[in-house]
Design a protein around this ligand. Structure first.
Ligand SMILES: [Zn+2]
Length: 237
C-alpha cells in the first residue's frame, strides 16, 4: 500500500500525553460525507459519529479498550488534532445582539480554549464523608440505561469509605470490605436531601473544556460572552 508518511504529534491533556496523527484527506472527505448525509436525512451528528470519523483515525488506540477517555478529554484531543490539521485559529462571524453589526473575528484556539482537570476530593455533607476509589468520569452513556441510573450505579461502585460523625466521633460505616449490596443498602437509607447534595457534588467533580471569549462590539461597545467550548464545525470554523 502506498501511503504518505505522516508525522506524529502529542496532545497534553492534564496528566495524559496522547500521540496522534493529523487528519488525512480521506478523514476530511468522510467528515464532509457525514455532514452531507446528516443534512439529507435531517439527522443530528452525534458525539459517537464525530469520534468515529475524526478521532479514531488519528488515535487508533481509542479502538482498543486500553485508552479510556472522558468526553472532555476526547473534546480536547479533537481540538488539538483540529489545530494541527486545519488551523490554530477559529474564524467566526458575530452579529451584535444590540446593534446588529456584523463582524468577522479570528481567535487563537490556545488563547480561548483550555482543559480543566476534575477536582477529586472526599464528599462531605452534614455528618457524612464519602471517599471514592476513583473520580467520576462522564462518558458516552449506554443507550439502554437511563442516564441517572447509570450514574447512580457508577457512584455506588466507586465508594470506598464512608464515615459518619456520631457524638463528635468519626465512625467508619463503609470500608473496602463492604460488598456492593451493603453500600447500596446504606446509601438507600440516608435522607433524600442529603443524598441529593452528595449526588450533586459527585456529578460536579468533572473535567471540562472551557472556552469563554468576551467579545466587544466595535460599533456600539456591547459586550457578549461567546462560548467556544463546543466547536460547532471541526473543519471550517
Ligand atoms: Zn453592537
Amino acid at each position: 500500500m502506498l501511503t504518505y508518511n505522516t508525522k506524529k504529534y502529542i496532545s497534553k491533556i492534564g496528566d495524559l500525553s496522547i500521540e496522534f496523527s493529523e487528519w488525512t484527506s480521506k478523514d476530511q472527505t468522510n467528515y464532509l460525507k457525514l455532514i452531507e448525509s446528516s443534512e439529507k436525512l435531517n439527522k443530528e451528528i452525534t458525539e459517537k459519529d464525530i469520534i468515529n470519523t475524526l478521532l479514531v483515525p488519528s488515535v487508533p488506540e481509542l479502538k482498543s479498550t486500553k485508552l479510556k477517555l472522558s468526553s472532555a478529554q476526547k473534546k480536547k484531543l479533537l481540538i488539538d488534532i483540529r489545530k494541527i490539521s486545519i488551523s490554530e485559529f477559529i474564524e467566526d462571524n458575530v452579529s451584535c445582539p444590540s446593534c446588529g453589526n456584523k463582524d468577522d473575528i479570528k481567535l487563537k484556539i490556545d488563547d480561548i480554549i483550555s482543559y480543566k482537570q476534575a477536582s477529586y476530593e472526599p464528599i462531605s455533607v452534614d455528618d457524612i464523608t464519602i471517599t471514592l476509589k476513583e473520580k467520576y468520569i462522564p462518558n458516552e452513556l449506554t443507550s439502554n440505561k437511563s442516564v441517572i441510573s447509570f450514574i447512580y450505579e457508577d457512584f455506588i461502585n466507586k465508594i470506598e469509605y464512608v464515615t459518619q460523625t456520631i457524638d463528635g466521633e468519626e465512625t467508619e460505616i463503609i470500608t473496602p470490605k463492604n460488598k456492593t449490596k451493603d453500600i447500596k443498602e446504606f446509601i438507600d437509607s440516608i435522607p433524600s436531601k442529603m443524598f441529593n447534595d452528595i449526588f450533586e457534588k459527585y456529578q460536579s467533580m468533572v473535567d471540562e473544556v472551557v472556552g469563554d471569549y468576551i467579545y466587544q462590539c466595535p460599533k456600539c461597545g456591547h459586550k457578549e460572552t461567546l462560548d467556544y467550548s463546543v466547536i460547532p464545525d471541526f473543519l471550517w470554523v
